[in-house]
Design a protein around this ligand. Sequence first.
Ligand code: PXG
Length: 461
Amino acid sequence: MNVLNKNIDIAEVVRNDIEHHFHPFTDHKAFHAEGGPRVMTQAEGVYIWDGKGNKILDAMSGLWCVNVGYGRKELAEAAYRQMLDLPYYNTFFKTTTVPTTELAAKISSVMPDRFKHIFFTNSGSESNDTIVRFVRHYWKLKGKPYRQHFIARVRGYHGSTMVAANLGGFQGMHEQVGTEFPGFHHVQQPHWFDFGGDKTPEEFGLEAAAALENKILEVGPDNVAAFIGEPVQGAGGVIIPPSTYWPEVERICRKYGILIISDEVICGFGRTGNWWGFETMGFSPDIVPMAKGLSSGYLPIGAVAFADHLIKDFFELGGEFYHGMTYAGHPVSCAVALRNIEIIQQEKLVERARELGPYFAAALASLRDHPIVGETRSVGLIGAIEISNDKAKRGRFAKPGRVGSMCRDNCIRNGLIMRACWDTMVLSPPLVISRQEIDKIVQLARVALDATYAEVKAEVA
Ligand code: PXG
């Protein structure tokens, strides 16, 4: 693949970007000081190319989403055909479209039997907003209007709209939201590396779950509407809970009649080696938000699956649900998502993620001998490398995120995209990745870790 054939004036793109494009999640002062964006122009399989012709192995699937890999003609064709047939129609006021309905049935078919009803949105954030709207209304309909509080985890990520940012546990986001909305609470995340101390991971998993019960008792069990968590926290640093955690969380929520929301925006569609992260982690949610892997990022779409017991009450109790977005169930996004799920099924990508899981884990573990690697962990094809200044004590470098950013920059310079969540390097490669490409990730990661070590050697214990 040769980007130079495309006749793109990259300098012009950079100029325009600096002058006209206001970027999300960006420190704008630093961005301009560093000379603007890297322009991505093409992609194929697990590789992307930038405007300078650099070939980069994308170990992050874009932003945790391109599960079927780049360059899928089938998805482009599905969009093209649907645009000619019916580019848009809404799903309000008792109408639907063919791909919207087919996709709802398809999603339901890859979920446990109790999930038969799917509500469509355009993103993970909108999915979580929808859930807060639904759940609060649901409890009112059920005659329990006091059940309005949500409990989530510190550094859980649930999106960036006002409600989703409140639901998430990112302090920086809370500060910028201004006044925090009432009714959102955050508890300890099950992150053994940073908080486990001398406990075994299993003991610590129970302790982290107990933090939820304490919070429930503090808020008042009857006031709590739902608990939300990602089966494996993604943007928080690929936090894979100890095996004791989720079963105990489930037991506690059931004890107090609290709904369980499994945020599958990252974990869904095969990432952890099963269709859903809750299957891998062993619990049974009532509500499941999804996005990203639903269309492998080829078009924006999100969805929420609701368990039958909620839907039954909701339908029987009646009244209009005053909620929906113009593009909810967009026929083109749905046609692409449908084809995407068919690809996942035809190519057995969920099974592939499961089979490759141990290989990926062993490949990452080969980095544990590195002087600044404190831990590696993974499940299916999502993993993390903890950067540490003191391996024996699971120590951290001063100024959280500083060394992680250095490592990320060294990765990109070397042709690898690996994201830094503070000082945790995270990976979430396309599910189509090969064993050789996994080896390549580790080889490039080691070069980046070496370069980073050379810069911070004096601070290592
Ligand atoms: N839930 C989870 C678990 C997510 O990871 C969302 C909800 C929100 O989805 P939308 O489609 O509204 O972005 C996400 C999104 C990062 C990063 O830096 C991660 C996400 C979004 C932006 C940045 O890792 N995840």
